[in-house]
Design a protein around this ligand. Structure first.
Ligand code: PLP
Length: 440
């Protein structure tokens, strides 16, 4: 009688301690942590036990399933045509920002003056870069995100905030700005109607409890037809002499006007027009890390910095590093994508299609419409070019070694090139070819 095959295999399964002692797995443990390697070892042992992997191949199999990093977040190729995609982490950082993050990740002089050895102002470099980029601002402050900036303003100013009804905005995923403001204990005094508001609507309600007037950019929708909004300059003029601060949430974080985005407010123009504080996100059109920027009058910024809540909302050294490098360094990816020339996008699509056709794939090159996304410039259509594949590619592309997210239109998977940099095109081709190979 011969031994039962599974029992035989069981005897051949390499021992856990023997596998973990393999120099290649010791090295992997140093990089990823022993627990992660051990869990991969146990998975592979199970497969050896069932005969799917030969005992001699166990170490190679463990190495093959180990993740590239100790975290689970993976780099994804954004071929959606949405430049600032919230589900894909909004703005990708520039190489300069990534280098700055790496440099600041260890022990760093974020709050120490190396010349004197004394405590220094936290994140001074990032604040100086902000002020250089937005000269209309006297002072700046960086918090966790724009929602945090709004919460800090509403908490520190408190009392009654005057805001137009048409600016009580829901940003996305159920995040409503009025709910956030009220959660701080501030009261909202709504003025005007959904579609119309005038300067006197604001001035008529100002009273002893009023602490500030708030303007919020309705980032992700437009109101058309019989409408009337009050611009910052007009509102600042109406409030002159009242001593009440005018706070403008511009949302997207454009530093200065951009020719392709005529309806998108920017920080410099908003302050120059008379806002006392301007707030924005760091990871939308600014193209930097998640952050909330507060710029404007020095006395108001000081008040916010001194409020106890600021300590709970301030950002870490890596965010400060990324923000400073985004501001001082070359144009970040979002800006490059925004400025991409359609003729160049077409060339890239054609080159990619040629490479895929050579491998036997049925691809097409088509025009496409990209969008800013992230709740910015909702109606703006950015002319773009895309490569399309059969719709069945969409799901396996998301599971490729380097996942690709496109969108499906009818029976085609559309890979839009405007939300990728030219340097990503090779990785995109490799991912598509990987999926195609698995099918043949
Ligand atoms: C996006 C947005 C916010 C929220 O910004 P986060 O940085 O995501 O907190 C707030 N206000 C406006 C007008 C926005 O567009």
């Amino acid at each position: 009688m011969t031994a039962e095959p599974t029992a035989d295999l069981r005897r051949q399964v390499p021992r856990t301690d023997a596998l973990l002692a393999d120099p290649r797995l010791v090295a992997a443990g140093g990089r990823l942590g022993r627990a992660l390697v051990k869990s991969a070892v146990q998975d592979v042992q199970q497969q050896v036990r069932t005969g799917r992997i030969a005992p001699a191949d166990a170490v190679a199999a463990v190495l093959a399933v180990l993740p590239a990093t100790a975290g689970t977040l993976r780099p994804v190729l954004n071929a959606t045509g949405v430049l600032v995609h919230t589900n894909l982490g909004r703005a990708p950082l520039s190489a300069a920002a990534v280098d700055a993050v790496v440099a600041a990740s260890g022990t760093t002089d974020v709050e120490l003056d190396l010349a004197t050895g004394r405590r220094g102002p936290r994140g001074e470099g990032a604040l100086a870069a902000l002020l250089a980029a937005v000269p209309a601002a006297e002072a700046a402050l960086v918090v966790n995100n724009c929602a945090a900036a709004l919460a800090l303003v509403a908490t520190a100013l408190g009392g009654e905030l005057v805001i137009a009804r048409g600016e009580l905005v829901e940003i996305g995923d159920g995040f409503r700005i009025p709910d956030l403001l009220v959660s701080t204990g501030a009261r909202l005094r709504e003025v005007g109607t959904t579609n119309r508001v005038t300067p006197t609507d604001y001035t008529d309600v100002l009273g002893p409890d009023t602490t500030a007037v708030l303007k919020v950019h309705p980032s992700n929708f437009v109101v058309r037809g019989f409408t009337r909004a009050v611009q910052v300059a007009e509102l600042a003029a109406a409030l002159a002499g009242t001593g009440l601060p005018l706070v403008a949430d511009v949302g997207s974080g454009l530093l200065r006007p951009h020719p392709a985005l005529p309806d998108e407010p920017d920080l410099q123009s908003t302050l120059a027009a008379g806002a006392d504080l301007a707030l924005s996100s760091g990871d939308k059109l600014l193209g930097g890390p998640q952050a909330g920027l507060v710029l404007g009058r020095a006395d108001l910024v000081r008040r916010l910095r001194r409020h106890p809540l600021y300590r709970a909302l301030r950002v870490d050294k890596t965010t400060l590093a990324a923000l400073e490098a985004t501001l001082r360094g070359p144009h970040p990816p979002v800006r490059q994508m925004l400025d991409a020339d359609p003729a160049q996008l077409r060339q890239r699509a054609t080159a990619l299609a040629a490479r895929l056709t050579e491998a036997g794939l049925a691809v097409a090159v088509v025009t496409s419409t990209a969008r800013v996304g992230g709740g910015g410039a909702p109606e703006l259509e950015l002319p773009s070019w895309a490569v399309t594949l059969p719709a069945a590619f969409a799901e396996p592309l998301r599971r490729a070694s380097r996942p690709v997210v496109g969108h499906v239109a009818g029976d085609r998977t559309v890979l839009d090139l405007r939300s990728l940099l030219p340097a990503d095109d090779d990785a995109l081709a490799v991912a598509v070819l990987e999926v195609a190979r698995r099918w043949t």
